[in-house]
Design a protein around this ligand. Structure first.
Ligand code: KG4
Ligand code: ZN
Length: 350
């Protein structure tokens, strides 16, 4: 790297020593910082949400989000260090999400992490946001039995993964169009149920009849892929047809029937994978994993295979920095460090 080359090689610890990592996350509308000890021990996990700020626009406004991240990040970092009882000098590494996400937001934490890495002469770790969601599961369940199937379902991603152990995974399938959370968000906006869409649709669905409307499930043959755009179109067509006939729409029934179609597609692919791969556990991650109906259906369907279902507790399902810190810890052990020239990658894939 020439001038400014980091000389932290002599400071790198191994698995037997205590490793403290400051992790930062601002890829969407949460400004977050955490301190983890040896990956799975979360000493602090501070999240400052901008949900209220974006509510009136019906979605995250990238320009507003990045300005707010800039304002909030330093106080959030201070609070994370203070709650953890850790000083900057105690840190062994600093991690930041570098994608996928909104570029303006990603740049805020990535630049802060580079600055901290450079000034403290400690390694910088660039973490994939989706990997973070997956690793969130292991915070509460460090002894999860492997091999495992993991379904990661967020606003931007729907991926089905197979893990032989925690250091590597195989991608079995992904969405061909909308992500599951995106489908919830679009339907919520269409039905004017509110933002964020997933919880709003789930709430409406609780008072609805899930068998009221039989929406289609995409048939993608032998693959483990997903598709939700056909379902979205069906919901819209249904509403338009009913309105043309002068019929009143029951948003609760509609939400419950739509949610059931999404949940059924997600659960069916998990069962398909469970039948083919000899796994011990099933793991859900990402914002949509907060959906109670999804948890219920998957639990019921995997019962006969004697598998345990894991999902992170609510505050670990949604965006946070602790999950980034855990993924960063495994990268630290592999010496997977980032150069100061690392760029934000809004479309980063797993
Ligand atoms: O993982 P996440 O917090 O952010 C990223 O997209 O990375 O996921 C947010 C997504 C949104 O689309 C939101 O509507 C969805 O997760 N979501 C839900 C629920 N809670 C959040 N979807 C369905 N049911 C929920 N209870
Ligand atoms: Zn996320």
């Amino acid at each position: 790297m020439g001038v400014g080359k980091l000389k932290f090689e002599d400071k790198i610890k191994n698995e037997t020593e205590d490793i403290y990592i400051l992790a930062l996350e601002s890829s969407c509308d949460e400004t977050a910082a955490s301190v983890n000890k040896n990956g799975l021990e979360v000493l602090s996990n501070v999240v400052s949400s901008q949900v209220d700020l974006h509510k009136k626009f019906g979605g995250v406004v990238p320009e507003i989000a990045s300005r707010k991240h800039l304002e909030l990040l330093l106080p959030v970092i201070d609070q994370a260090l203070e709650e953890a009882g850790i000083r900057f000098e105690d840190l062994d590494a600093v991690a930041s999400t570098y994608g996928p996400g909104l570029v303006g937001g990603l740049l805020v934490t990535l630049t802060a992490a580079k600055t901290i890495s450079f000034s403290l002469n400690i390694p910088l770790i660039g973490v994939n946001h989706i990997a973070g969601h997956i690793y969130a599961n292991f915070i509460e369940n460090p002894d999860i039995e492997k091999p495992l199937i993991c379904l990661t379902i967020s606003g931007g991603h729907t991926d089905l993964l197979y893990f032989e152990n925690l250091r590597g995974y195989k991608i079995l399938g992904r969405t061909l169009d909308d992500a599951a959370g995106e489908a919830f968000d679009k339907i919520s906006r269409f039905l004017e149920l509110g933002y964020p869409g997933g919880p709003a649709v789930e709430k409406a669905a609780r008072s609805g009849d899930k068998t009221a409307i039989d929406f289609p499930r995409a048939d993608l043959g032998d693959s483990y892929n997903f598709s939700f755009s056909g379902l979205k179109t069906s919901v819209m067509n249904y509403v338009n047809n009913e309105e043309q006939r002068g019929n009143e729409i029951d948003k609760n029934d509609l939400s419950a029937s739509f949610q059931e179609a999404v949940v059924d597609s997600l659960a069916s692919n998990i069962i398909k994978a469970v039948k083919e791969y000899d796994v011990k556990s099933v793991v859900l991650s990402g914002g949509v994993a907060a959906n109670q109906r999804l948890r219920e259906v998957i639990s019921e369907r995997i019962e006969k295979y004697n598998l345990d279902l894991y999902y992170p507790k609510l505050e670990l399902c949604t965006d946070n920095a602790a999950m980034i810190g855990v993924a960063a810890y495994y990268q630290y052990l592999e010496h997977d460090f980032a150069p100061l020239s690392i760029s934000a990658d809004p479309a980063l894939k797993l």
